[in-house]
Design a protein around this ligand. Structure first.
Ligand SMILES: [Zn+2]
Length: 330
């Protein structure tokens, strides 16, 4: 397919996505929203609102689940790779190295001789393969499991990395699986989902009691974030609230990009022993977590930084192109 027709077909694919208004904040159940930003995707305007009670930012109206499921099965990787799967794989290998940096110490401390690793959104299998390698180098056995919605990618992953057991297409498939895992990876997945708390609760059920999860998302204070795939935009506080609502604990940390505006936030999450029942989650965290004014201010600071960077880049491009002409000649 040539470039022009490829672009045209992508525009059509996006226009087939349907949207619906959010009735309640997925973190605190408030129905009070304030518009915070928008993004124009080839004529389709994506709008984002902030919850006036807890500061959580979500796409609103949000992409309907049915259309997104279809999209992830068929189109996602083709769109995101822009024709170069190698580029996507390089990015995933970079992220896998970070995951290994952040988790190797925990893996060393694990008592069990066999570490069952599950990655949700396992794509090509690079991350699982690399993590599996590290576990083997620690003298432990490992079993690698993946969940991946995209048919073509999953097939590639399995043929390239034969040791991965593909157990489903969606995190929802976990409902039917009666296995538990020692290490669950959820890297750049949660921002694609509308109901992060529900997803985390389901995944928590599959985590061994001594196990842990690695979760990473873009940081709303350091990542452009508005995008057709990004339904939920996390700040460190809203990520922490989502975890607490799902009865998980862990310290949120940030890394990547600019020191002042780190691009990613991550957390190593554990099950909290003997804490609370389902009924009390959301209300407890809603109060006093995340001040909406602070979210607006910190996002505005990041957008000013982005604008100044664009200006500097623009000026340096102009200088590189024309600057030489105006330099004095000797
Ligand atoms: Zn809220």
């Amino acid at each position: 397919m040539d470039k022009a027709s490829n672009r045209a077909s992508q525009a059509n694919e996006f226009s087939e996505i349907s949207f619906e208004p959010l009735s309640r904040c997925e973190l605190c159940q408030s129905s009070s929203f304030r518009s915070i930003g928008s993004y124009d995707l080839k004529g389709i305007v994506l709008r984002y609102t902030l919850c006036e009670q807890c500061g959580f930012v979500q796409m609103n109206p949000v992409t309907s689940e049915a259309s997104m499921n279809l999209f992830y099965q068929k189109e996602y990787w083709r769109n995101i790779s822009k024709g170069s799967l190698g580029r996507v794989q390089r990015k995933q290998i970079y992220r896998a190295r970070q995951i290994i940096n952040f988790t190797t110490e925990r893996l060393k401390k694990m008592d069990s001789d066999v570490v069952r690793v599950l990655e949700i959104g396992s794509s090509f299998g690079n991350t699982l393969e690399m993590v599996g390698g590290v576990i083997s180098s620690l003298g432990k056995k490992t079993v690698l499991y993946g969940i991946e919605p995209n048919e073509a990618i999953a097939k590639d992953g399995v043929s390239v990395y034969k040791q991965i057991k593909l157990i489903g297409r969606s995190y929802r498939d976990l409902d039917k699986i009666h296995e538990i895992y020692d290490f669950i990876i959820l890297s750049h997945v949660l921002e694609h989902l509308r109901d992060p708390v529900g997803v985390l609760r389901l995944i928590r059920e599959k985590l061994a009691s001594a196990g842990f999860m690695y979760i990473e998302v873009p940081n709303f204070y350091g990542h452009q974030s508005y995008h057709i795939y990004h339904v939920s935009c996390f700040t460190p506080i809203s990520l922490k609230s989502a975890l607490a609502n799902a009865d998980l604990s862990g310290e949120v940390f940030a890394y990547g990009g600019n020191r002042q505006f780190p691009k990613f936030i991550g957390v190593i999450a554990y099950k909290q022993q003997g804490k609370g029942s389902v009924g009390q989650y959301s209300v407890a965290v809603a109060k006093g977590s995340g001040d909406p004014r602070q979210v607006i201010e910190r996002r505005a600071a990041f957008e000013r930084y982005l604008a100044s960077k664009r200006k500097t880049n623009f000026l340096s491009r102009i200088f590189r192109k024309f600057g030489g002409k105006f330099l004095p000649k000797f």
